[in-house]
Structures are given as structure tokens and as C-alpha cells.
Write a protein that binds this ligand. Structure first.
Ligand SMILES: C[S@@+](CC[C@H](N)C(=O)[O-])C[C@H]1O[C@@H](n2cnc3c(N)ncnc32)[C@H](O)[C@@H]1O
Length: 273
């Protein structure tokens, strides 16, 4: 086994932070060391310095993406942190249903991982609007840095147990069975989500219109404080007045540092103009 020195760790960590905002804490050295062993062996490299050189010189960005996949987690599941979905169903959707005369509801799932979060939202919206859904444009933009997870999301095939937290009936209504262990999200729901690769650290956000609500859950845990608050400012600027931001329940926003209003735990709102 090749062991990473502290110097090699800090070189790699600065590189990841500069490119993706992801802050690798020094205590993670052993974890990162272990997660990268297989990659180092496959590339037949003899040290982590050689590996860093290899990543930095790779102009395609592929090596960097693989590195990022190793050092972040994509853990997610359907109906995760169900309070958010209850809030959307009981407050956000009724509010916008009355308010949006153009019937154009704009939603962003930022750091969507393998798609369980945006698909859950699409199912919730489908159930909420029912027969009226056809008169609404409610497509969800879902972005992530990792192309690996986005490919899984587009495919829309999951293990049956990944759906265990969904409300009763949704498994039969919104999935088709593939085999004993797997189900696939039905086409009607797949069409409601547009997947795109996007690095939240980009300075320029290429979105023409503002969103009515944004889910960015369990993503900011990777970022240090300055990075986190500049991202929160981006979300603020890309929300309509009165729009909502949902973050992970393990994450916090210091109200003194943003203009967002606190609504309930892990939900914030941009003030109405
Ligand atoms: C733990 S998953 C969260 C998935 C989902 N939001 C949830 O809460 O279940 C975190 C995701 O954030 C993505 N991520 C990390 N840094 C990112 C960045 N700079 N830009 C975009 N996505 C990023 C990772 O690729 C990963 O898929």
C-alpha cells in the first residue's frame, strides 16, 4: 500500500478546493489515502505526488472528476428528509398554484446526485397537480458535478429498497418493475427532470430565469464558510422574490450573514420585494 504524506495531502486538498470548493479536512487523510489506492494501482503510479501531477496535467478534466468522485459522497435516497417534501406539498405548491398565472413553476435541485431527490419532487408535483398537471410547466433542473451520478439519474433504474421511504402507492404509480431487484422511473416522470453537469463553484451561473425554489441539500457540508456563503449568495440572486431555499437538516445558515429569512428548520426564504 502507498501512503500519502501530509504534504501530498495538502497539495491535493488545495487543488480540489480551488476547482470545486470541496474542503478536505486534514483528519480525512487516511480515508482519502484508502479511497485512492485502487486508482493509484490501476495507473501503476508509485506515490501520491505522481498522482497529483497526473491529475493536474490531465487537460480533459477526467482525472479530476474521478478524484472528486472518490473524495465526496453521493449518498442519497428517495424521499430523504421528508419534512422538506411535506413543506413543499402543504405550503410551497399551494402558494405558487394560486400565484403563477403563467403556470410556469421553476425548480432547481443543485447537487442532485443520482436523481432520487429531483424524481421525488417530480412525483410530488405530479400527485399535487393531478389532472391539472398538463396545464403546467413544472420541469425541474437537476445538476451535479459528477457525470457518473448524472448517468445513473438519466437511466432512472434503482434497487427496489431505495424506494422504501416513498409514500404508499408511489412505487406502483411511478415505477415499472424491471426484475426481482430493480425498478425504473416511468417515462412521464423522467421527462419532468432535466439533468445537466454543473459545478456550483462556477462564477457565472448560466440560468436565464430565476427559480421559485431551490433544493441544495447535503452539498454545502463539503465547503468551508466563505465558499458556503458565496454559494448562498448565488442562490439568493437566482431565486424569485419570495422563493425558497431548502438545505440539509445537518446544515445551517447564520441569518446575520445573509438576507434570507428563516422559515422552519433547513428552509429559508428570499423576502418578497
Ligand atoms: C451527498 S450528495 C447529496 C444528494 C442530494 N442532494 C441529497 O441530499 O440526497 C452531494 C452531491 O453534491 C455534489 N457536489 C459536491 N460538490 C459539488 C460542486 N462543487 N458542484 C456541484 N455538485 C457538487 C456531489 O457530486 C454529490 O453528488
Amino acid at each position: 500500500m502507498i501512503t500519502m504524506t501530509h504534504k501530498e495531502f495538502s497539495q491535493l486538498a488545495s487543488f480540489v478546493k480551488d476547482n470545486f470548493g470541496v474542503h478536505l479536512k486534514p483528519e480525512k487523510i487516511m480515508l482519502i489515502n484508502n479511497r485512492l489506492q485502487e486508482t493509484i494501482n490501476t495507473l501503476q503510479l508509485t506515490s501520491f505526488s505522481e498522482y497529483s501531477d497526473y491529475v493536474m496535467k490531465d487537460k480533459s478534466g477526467n482525472a479530476l472528476r474521478i478524484l472528486l468522485d472518490k473524495v465526496t459522497t453521493h449518498h442519497t435516497f428517495f424521499y430523504r428528509e421528508s419534512d422538506h417534501f411535506a413543506f413543499v406539498k402543504n405550503h410551497v405548491l399551494p402558494y405558487y398554484k394560486n400565484k403563477l398565472i403563467q403556470h410556469d413553476l421553476r425548480i432547481w435541485s443543485a447537487g442532485c446526485s443520482s436523481g432520487e431527490e429531483p424524481y421525488t419532487l417530480a412525483m410530488l408535483i405530479d400527485e399535487f397537480f393531478g389532472a391539472e398537471k398538463a396545464q403546467w410547466n413544472t420541469q425541474i433542473l437537476a445538476t451535479d458535478l459528477s457525470q457518473v451520478v448524472l448517468d445513473v439519474a438519466v437511466r432512472g433504474i434503482y434497487k427496489v429498497e431505495a424506494t422504501s421511504k416513498l409514500p404508499p402507492g408511489w412505487l406502483y404509480q411511478y415505477f415499472r418493475r424491471i426484475d426481482h431487484e430493480h425498478v425504473e422511473v416511468i417515462e412521464r416522470i423522467k421527462k419532468e427532470v432535466i439533468y445537466r453537469p454543473f459545478n456550483l463553484m462556477e462564477e457565472y451561473y448560466p440560468f436565464k430565469q430565476k427559480f421559485h425554489f431551490i433544493f441544495c441539500r447535503n452539498v454545502m457540508i463539503y465547503f468551508d464558510e466563505p465558499t458556503k456563503y458565496s454559494l448562498i449568495k448565488q442562490f439568493y440572486d437566482h431565486l424569485e422574490p419570495g422563493g425558497f431555499l431548502m438545505i440539509g437538516h445537518a446544515e445551517t445558515i447564520d441569518r446575520m450573514k445573509t438576507d434570507f429569512q428563516y422559515v422552519v428548520p433547513a428552509i429559508y426564504r428570499k423576502p418578497l420585494a
